[in-house]
Ligand binder design. Structure first.
Ligand SMILES: NC(=O)c1ccc[n+]([C@@H]2O[C@H](COP(=O)([O-])OP(=O)(O)OC[C@H]3O[C@@H](n4cnc5c(N)ncnc54)[C@H](OP(=O)(O)O)[C@@H]3O)[C@@H](O)[C@H]2O)c1
Length: 402
């Protein structure tokens, strides 16, 4: 019995912490049925990173970390496999190549953590920062409105990599590949495309009790419906493309359960097959989409100089001292909710809601349900339809590479 978990962005911050935490929880069974995994099976953690060197360095760090943990060295040696795959989520061609490798390696992937993300950060607006901090310090350290982001930034897609003509586009001459907003590509679309490409490994046997694969999308407490425009789902015109991508993630995941989006979800979860599509195996069930966020943690997702980083962490500690539950600070604590969504035995109770890692001064870490302000019902069908349309356009562009 092998349980396989794929983690994107696994070389730093939350992704690395999810890898460490899932190993610890997997090999530390409790009496309450958590984690919901066989006590004898092995665990394969596949770290998805942008380079082999980054993956190798993470594997070394995880091994060093486990040596200091309370886990039995025998368990770790005989039942844990640390593997890696290289992919750039901003490049659909890179995603296709990585997906082919994953399909060859694994017949079933049980958990996918869609964690990797970028903030198209330009600079801090110090005047706005001073104003927001003076008005509400905790809000300023939770949902900062003063990080100025690049407007109109696109993912770099090398046209030479993509098909110039193919039978499926009528053999027409080359068009530029469809543009992808930078934050949208890395944070959402790259993952979305990957999931479809590995769908055959995500479909579980239809046996009772049902045990679907779980896709855990990493959202954010910074989601805000005001940053999202259904007519610009890629956030290309947005002044807050990161927040737009995270709001989109909320709607995509929570909308996957709504009747209005059912047809799109069904088409998306039909297993792709290298030669023909769709090729959904009979008697299999699709994965479930779940969403968690890490609260606020100390990472380098917004690249600021060292002294600002120190000041930011001091601010986080102050917020925690003043009672903010969301300032988890330590990425391992931030990994609580995502890992809990993977290993909880109660998948029917946790789906369709957004969960966050939280930490209460004096009591420790907990998982809290998080309010979603977006009108998911109003937008989900239109969003799913646009995501599927974009996926199909890219599929045609990439077809000859299969
Ligand atoms: N930090 C927070 O307080 C916070 C709060 C809410 C939500 N989150 C969420 O937590 C997740 C992890 O963020 P983090 O704070 O841990 O940031 P981080 O340390 O910067 O990690 C981001 C990871 O994503 C990878 N990545 C970025 N672009 C990629 C691409 N095009 N292809 C493949 N990998 C790519 C990075 O790889 P490279 O090293 O190669 O760049 C890195 O491993 C994100 O989804 C973020 O939105 C974080």
């Amino acid at each position: 019995m092998e349980t396989v978990a794929l983690i994107t962005g696994a070389n730093s911050g939350l992704g690395y912490a999810i890898a460490c935490r899932i190993i610890i929880e997997f090999f530390t069974p409790r009496s309450d049925g958590y984690p919901a995994i066989p006590e004898t099976g092995s665990l394969v953690i596949c770290l998805a990173t942008r380079s082999v060197e980054k993956a190798q360095s993470s594997i070394k760090n995880i091994n060093d970390y486990l040596l200091l943990s309370r886990l039995s060295p025998e368990d770790v040696k005989s039942r844990l496999v640390l593997a890696h795959v290289t992919m750039d989520l901003s490049s659909p061609a890179s995603v296709v190549a990585a997906a082919a490798e994953l399909r060859n390696r694994y017949s079933r992937i049980h958990y996918v953590f869609c964690n990797a993300a970028v903030v198209p950060f330009v600079r801090i607006d110090w005047l706005m920062a001073a104003r927001q901090m003076a008005t509400n310090f905790i809000e300023a350290m939770t949902v900062p409105r003063y990080k100025i982001q690049g407007v109109g930034w696109l993912a770099e897609t090398d046209p030479k990599l993509y098909s110039s003509s193919s039978p499926s586009n009528g053999g027409h001459a080359a068009e530029q590949p469809p543009e992808l907003g930078a934050a949208f590509a890395a944070n959402v679309f790259g993952h979305y495309y990957l999931l479809h490409e590995i769908m055959q490994t995500l479909r579980a046997p239809a046996v009772a009790p049902a045990n679907p694969s779980r896709v855990i999308w990493v959202g954010s407490i910074e989601s805000d419906p005001l940053t999202f425009d259904i007519d610009d789902i890629q956030g290309i015109k947005s002044t807050q493309p990161y927040e737009s991508s995270k709001t989109l993630t909320d709607i995509l995941v929570l909308g996957s359960y709504l009747p209005a989006s059912r047809e799109y979800f069904r088409s998306f979860t039909a297993a792709s097959n290298p030669s023909s599509e769709p090729a959904t195996p009979a008697n299999s069930i699709p994965p479930v989409f779940l969403i968690a966020h890490p609260g606020i943690i100390s990472t380098t997702i917004v690249p600021v100089p060292w002294w600002q980083s120190y000041a930011k962490n001091a601010g986080f500690w102050l917020c925690r001292a003043f009672g903010s539950p969301w300032h988890c600070i330590d990425p391992f604590v931030g990994a609580n909710a995502p890992v809990w969504l993977a290993l909880s035995p109660h998948v029917d109770l946790i789906k369709g809601r957004k969960w966050g890692s939280a930490c209460i001064w004096g009591s420790g870490e907990i998982v809290l349900e998080t309010q979603v302000d977006s009108d998911v019902a109003a937008h989900s069908a239109q969003l799913w339809s646009q995501m599927e349309a974009l996926r199909k356009v890219w599929k045609i562009r990439l077809e000859p590479r299969r």
